[in-house]
Design a protein around this ligand. Structure first.
Ligand SMILES: C[S@@+](CC[C@H](N)C(=O)[O-])C[C@H]1O[C@@H](n2cnc3c(N)ncnc32)[C@H](O)[C@@H]1O
Length: 211
């Protein structure tokens, strides 16, 4: 079958994600996420569900040559963009519920920005985050809150639903504070605390914890 010419060289979703979403949306969040884990020179950091790699890339910028950074994602297509943008970072394909870590490999900091809500087995993923952290390590997890608290996205969904019926949007599917805290505590994390960003809005929730 011959494809119409407009389908040739189409930009892929990961390329569009990197080009249009990372700068205005995910990069500012990455700044906040990394502020919370307070990186120190020489830290090692693991970015789970790294996507095209914005958190890992900013961590490397903050750490400089002394630190080490690994990014893991289940999507080879997202990783392909990450590798193009930052070929010198250690990008690995793998499932958050079965992290591809080396024998005895542990990190000072683990981050998971806007990934946890998509994992089918959240307890397994939380256990893997715990496993990946060394003694005294720090974890930061960020997820969207429910879109009921975000008028812009809520109204977009309602308009779409008036045409196509009920929509289950995974992006906002794990924004319940109590459930997220219980998940992390059950996995063995302590000193669990949360923040909401921006503080005046209900749009984003983040959890920070020590192992
Ligand atoms: C909204 S993107 C967030 C990417 C990145 N953390 C950021 O802040 O730009 C969600 C990412 O989760 C990844 N993901 C979904 N399920 C996963 C799983 N089970 N294990 C690892 N990554 C997964 C997707 O491939 C996607 O790259």
């Amino acid at each position: 079958m011959t494809l119409p010419s407009y389908a040739m060289n189409q930009t892929s979703f990961p390329e569009m994600y990197e080009r249009w979403l990372v700068g205005p949306l995910f990069q500012p969040w990455a700044e906040l996420t990394l502020d919370e884990v307070r990186l120190s020179p020489g830290d090692s950091i693991l970015d789970i569900a790294c996507g095209t790699g914005i958190v890992a890339r900013m961590a490397r910028e903050r750490l400089g040559a002394g630190g080490s950074v690994v990014g893991i994602d289940i999507s080879p297509d997202m990783l392909a963009v990450a590798r193009t943008v930052a070929p010198d970072i250690d990008w690995r394909e793998g499932d958050a519920a079965a992290l591809p870590l080396r024998e005895g490999e542990r990190f000072d900091v683990v981050v998971c920005q806007q990934g946890l809500q998509f994992f089918p087995d959240k307890p397994a993923a939380a256990a893997q985050m715990r496993r990946a952290l060394g003694q005294g390590g720090r974890l930061a997890v960020a997820t969207w809150r429910s879109d009921e608290g975000n008028p812009f996205f809520r109204e977009l969904r309602r308009i779409a639903e008036s045409h196509v019926g009920a929509i289950v949007d995974q992006r906002y599917g794990f924004g319940d504070a109590a459930a997220l805290e219980a998940l992390l505590r059950d996995a063995g994390f302590r000193d669990v605390r949360q923040g909401r960003y921006p503080a005046s809005s209900a749009s984003r929730m983040a959890w920070f914890s020590c192992a």
